[in-house]
Design a protein. Structure first.
Lengths: 310, 368
């Protein structure tokens, strides 16, 4: 399809003095899982809310599924699903009652609803808690119920706002499997997260920080761009080494991971290992280049000085 | 000593909570202020200016003197004149006047004979009004001026009093129907405001507004159950009033249904408006209290409307409960018909439409 699922140009949203989303351009293609990666307060939730038509953009142009937002938001509501950050179904209703309610709000007929609910309960493994109230369910079960409810009308585009923040790693894995199933059945997905492992599963990523779009690309592209800029140092007195490294002009960040110190350097250093070895006077240190991770990408993208560069 | 420090830190924190919660802060100041003003100014148990009518069939100078002397007591304000006692009775049933003084054709003759000179027809459904009018039974009327010669009597003329609707002057007869207004005000406004605010507070609203549901659909859908709650409550009050307090229902059930539904609608939409304003369930409850207090004190449920100063009467007119207290006493005790009560019913319906419109306009389908 030529028209992307979501297109935004110059999207900004202001809350009083605070610019929560600052002049973002986005093209989210169909048939992919697109990730928003960013720390808390980076504007992920605000952006998703604007795209869903929950918030009016302060400026900029937004087209979702071919409809202009917010003017044509009503027309798009039938075709999108939204899973909120907090559980937003009814705690005092059972699994089946919640799904019945959402199904009828979404305009499913009685028979279609019946059939769809059976399908969802099967798909999301909620069979043995059909009549259990949502308040008595675990975090992972509730998450599956929320996903089932958000997709009951088979939306073309699904928004998930930090869907797994209250879920343990194993349930998170299962949850992502469900997302890939949904993708296969034709639903494009936009998901926000602050977990690196989740971000790595996305087809494309947008890294947000302080309301700005810092970087965009596939995880591989983003990590590839940092080749030859990440160095690992092994040795004694790593806390001291860290402070020494941070004082160096070409070092962007240094953080200890277990027994090693991971150092991120500025772009354009021919041989980062040699640079560090000489700069740190590192006879006793073992210095070697490392494969960039998504966390490195994230750190590089959200550094305070990159704000001036951006 | 440690204990004191800990208590002190909790106290300090609590003061900060109080200072930062503007509505609670408002309540701390406004509650005593409003209560004091209401009780001090608005509530007056010495009843003055009760609206009454006069049926002077004697059409005599003595009749006009008696009317004038009653007027100057200021206990009543003589608003209307009727030709026949039947017309006066209708006006009482409709609630336009509280009592009517009937002066018979042979008034002059009766004065001369020292007989009872006339009759007060009194709406006894409000016991306080009834008591005030009972005080007029023995009035030191002076009839020298303008009275026919030889008509002077040493015995001051007296009136016969006919207490309608509540001849035993039992307060339950006054309280039970009025209580429906207070209870419905409390529950209808509170339930709806809290129910809608809860959707927002718990995040359900965020999900609901991304679905195709229309705000009006959501509101109407949420209000419908409370109509049944209201009907259930009024049935309980009437049932208990009849079985325990022996307050019989004299009216027409269809009329009762019409006025009750009008009042429920008005209260629900007021609750709706509060829900668009309140951010938390606690705030919704606090705002409800601000409506509830004047509804109890000014609606005529506790203290006679007629005895309140004009400003308080204006405030009372705005409250749906005031109109419903009139309506329910009319239907319940006097078997008033809808046509006679039309102004109050129309007012409630108009209130409903206005509130619903404002609430719908205020409830936008965004989180902005």
């Amino acid at each position: 399809m030529s028209e992307p699922a979501v297109r935004a140009r110059g999207l900004s949203r202001r809350f009083g003095e605070v610019l929560a989303v600052d002049n973002i351009d986005l093209d989210i293609p169909h048939g992919q899982i697109f990730g928003f990666l960013g720390p808390n307060g980076s504007g992920k939730t605000t952006t998703i809310r604007v795209l869903c038509g929950l918030l009016t953009p302060s400026s900029g142009e937004v087209v979702v599924l071919g409809q202009r937002i917010p003017a044509e938001a009503e027309a798009v509501r039938r075709r999108i699903g939204y899973m909120t950050q907090q559980f937003s179904l009814y705690a005092d209703l059972s699994v089946e009652e919640n799904l019945q309610f959402m199904g009828s709000i979404q305009g499913l007929g009685r028979r279609a609803r019946r059939q769809r609910i059976d399908e969802l309960i099967e798909q999301y493994e909620l069979g043995d808690m059909r009549n259990r109230r949502a308040s008595a369910m675990s975090g992972g079960q509730r998450q599956r119920l929320a996903l089932a409810a958000a997709t009951i009308h088979r939306p073309d585009l699904l928004f998930l706002d930090e869907p797994t923040s209250a879920v343990d790693p194993e349930n998170r894995r299962d949850f992502w499997e469900k997302l890939f199933d949904l993708l296969e059945s034709g639903t494009s997905i936009l998901v926000s997260t602050h977990y690196m492992d989740e971000a790595e599963r996305c087809h494309r990523l947008a890294i947000l920080d302080h309301g700005r779009l810092r970087l965009e690309g596939s995880p591989e592209e983003l990590m590839g761009a940092l080749d030859n800029r990440v160095v690992e140092i092994d040795g004694r007195d790593l806390r001291k080494v860290k402070n020494a490294a941070l004082a160096l002009p070409r070092v962007l960040s240094a953080a200890q991971q277990g027994l090693r110190l991971r150092v991120l350097l500025e772009e354009g250093e021919e041989d980062p290992c040699a640079y560090l070895r000489s700069a740190l006077d590192g006879q006793a240190l073992e210095i070697g280049s490392a494969r960039p991770s998504l966390e490195d990408v994230f750190v590089a993208a959200t550094l305070p000085d990159s704000e001036d560069a951006a | 000593m440690n204990s004191f420090i800990r208590i002190g830190s909790v106290t300090g924190k609590e003061f900060k909570h109080l200072a930062r919660d503007r509505l609670t802060l408002g309540m701390i100041v406004m509650l005593p202020l409003i209560q004091l003003l209401l009780f001090g100014y608005a509530i007056n148990t010495v009843v003055r200016g009760i609206p009454v009518g006069v049926v002077d069939m004697s059409n005599s100078a003595a009749g006009r003197i008696i009317t004038e002397q009653i007027r100057v007591t200021q206990v009543v304000s003589i608003d209307q004149h009727f030709d026949t006692p039947a017309q006066a009775r209708d006006a009482i049933i409709a609630g336009r006047i509280r009592a009517a003084l009937v002066l018979p054709e042979d008034l002059t003759h009766r004065i001369a004979n020292g007989a009872t000179v006339g009759q007060w027809m009194v709406d006894g459904s409000d016991t306080m009004v009834g008591s005030a009018l009972l005080g007029l039974r023995q009035m030191p009327l002076k009839l020298e001026a303008g009275a026919p010669s030889g008509a002077y009597q040493a015995v001051p003329p007296s009136f016969e009093i006919a207490l309608f609707f509540n001849p035993e002057r039992r307060s339950q007869v006054n309280i039970v129907p009025g209580l429906t207004a207070v209870i419905l005000t409390m529950t209808m406004i509170l339930f709806t405001s809290v129910a809608l605010v809860r959707e927002r507070e718990q995040g359900n609203m965020e999900m609901l507004i991304t679905t195709p549901i229309h705000p009006l659909e959501l509101m109407v859908g949420k209000l419908v159950p409370y109509i049944f709650v209201g009907i259930l409550q009024i049935s309980i009050i009437i049932g208990l009033g009849w079985s325990v307090f022996d307050v019989a229902f004299f009216g027409d059930y269809l009329n009762l249904a019409v006025i009750t539904l009008s009042f429920i609608a008005a209260s629900l939409t007021l609750g709706l408006l509060i829900s668009t304003q309140a951010k938390t369930q606690m705030q919704a409850m606090q705002m409800t209290v601000f409506v509830l207090l004047p509804s109890i004190l000014l609606s005529g449920f506790m203290f006679p409307y007629d005895a309140m100063p004009t400003v308080a009467q204006y405030i009372a007119e705005v409250l749906p409960a005031t109109h419903f207290v009139r309506l329910i006493r009319g239907v319940y005790l006097r078997d008033a018909q809808l046509g006679q009560l039309a102004p109050d019913i129309l007012w409630l319906l108009g209130f409903t439409v206005v509130m619903l419109t404002v609430a719908t306009l205020r409830f936008q389908k965004t989180l902005d």
